[in-house]
Design a protein around this ligand. Sequence first.
Ligand SMILES: Cc1cc2nc3c(=O)[nH]c(=O)nc-3n(C[C@H](O)[C@H](O)[C@H](O)COP(=O)(O)OP(=O)(O)OC[C@H]3O[C@@H](n4cnc5c(N)ncnc54)[C@H](O)[C@@H]3O)c2cc1C
Length: 348
Amino acid sequence: MASNLTTPEETTPPTIGLHGIIIGGSISGLSAAIALRRAGHRVTVLEKDSTITEKLSRGFRIAPNLHKILCEWGLEAELKEISSKPKTMNMLSYNNGTYLGSLTWDKEVLKETGGEFRLTTYSALWSLLYRETISQGVCVRFGTKIVSLKTRSISPSVSLESGETVYADLLIGADGVNGLTRKYISASAVPPDDHAHNDKSCGKDQPAYGEAKHGARIESAKFKMFSASIPKKSIINDPQLAYLINRRENDMFVWIGHEHSAIGFPSGNSSDFFLSVYGLESGVQARDLQHVLYGAESSLLKLSRIASETFSSLTYAPLIHESVLETWVDGSLVVIGEAAHPLPMAPF
Ligand SMILES: Cc1cc2nc3c(=O)[nH]c(=O)nc-3n(C[C@H](O)[C@H](O)[C@H](O)COP(=O)(O)OP(=O)(O)OC[C@H]3O[C@@H](n4cnc5c(N)ncnc54)[C@H](O)[C@@H]3O)c2cc1C
């Protein structure tokens, strides 16, 4: 996908004063890069992975607030091409599939939110943002892992794993919930674990991690989330499941149960139906989707069977409640996205 991954900085729009380093090149990092560049600042994005592959096959709901911003950036037409617009979210019982009700994205609701609710894939959204980032003249460097930061120095900087130091006026932590920058925010920061080497490379102006006021990291170890991309054609060809795609193109489905839930949707342009399941780990085979789905209605069980039969892409993540940060700023560092406010557990 991103082959020539180091890109030259271009000259449009014109640069004024500040240089911002963004740590993390996912959705938040690229969005922040576009916003800063549009405001005329020089921006460098440093992403530790050499390609963004992990989350590529995941379905992605674009909430109205994101849609609104993308439209403001002139990306409405491109966004339409990569996404579909569901009208309704149907709610079903997790245990027996009974229809419980539905939520419709009425005109009044959309007017209030100021944007549309759309469905796409992580891959398509990331690519759209990446193209825009590059066209704005942002320098994106892949395979560059940050190992420490100087946030309170008069010359803020980041140190890369390679030993290189990059200086900037502003550091933006968009490195996700398990990233490094969250740990530099003094209030409620997660205690250091295996990052001992970072302490050595921190400047004297830097508070040692041990001095930070550590909040609890509430590990919801029992809860797991699975995401699967299942070929649409294998669903359409199954009379029991065809309603998920045929009944009303692009509708979303939410299954609600006690300590379990699931969400499924077909994204208009993708050949896959996306399913995410949230449930309790109740045994040794925690990574087995069918095991987590024990007791679920037959459509969900069938979807999980198809997912394993068709070798559908299946990802698994333990759900961890990070403590809430009391501030998102430390010196010249600001944290954004999942680094600032990790994903809550509910599927909607
Ligand atoms: C299964 C699942 C489904 C989701 N579905 C939706 C949805 O439908 N709609 C929605 O709005 N959101 C959804 N989300 C949340 C959404 O994916 C995130 O909010 C989004 O990815 C933005 O996250 P981010 O950019 O802040 O962090 P992340 O996506 O976590 O990215 C952090 C980036 O920082 C990089 N990084 C980490 N450490 C370093 C380092 N030391 N140096 C350099 N780079 C580093 C990582 O490699 C990564 O690329 C979903 C999340 C999950 C897990």
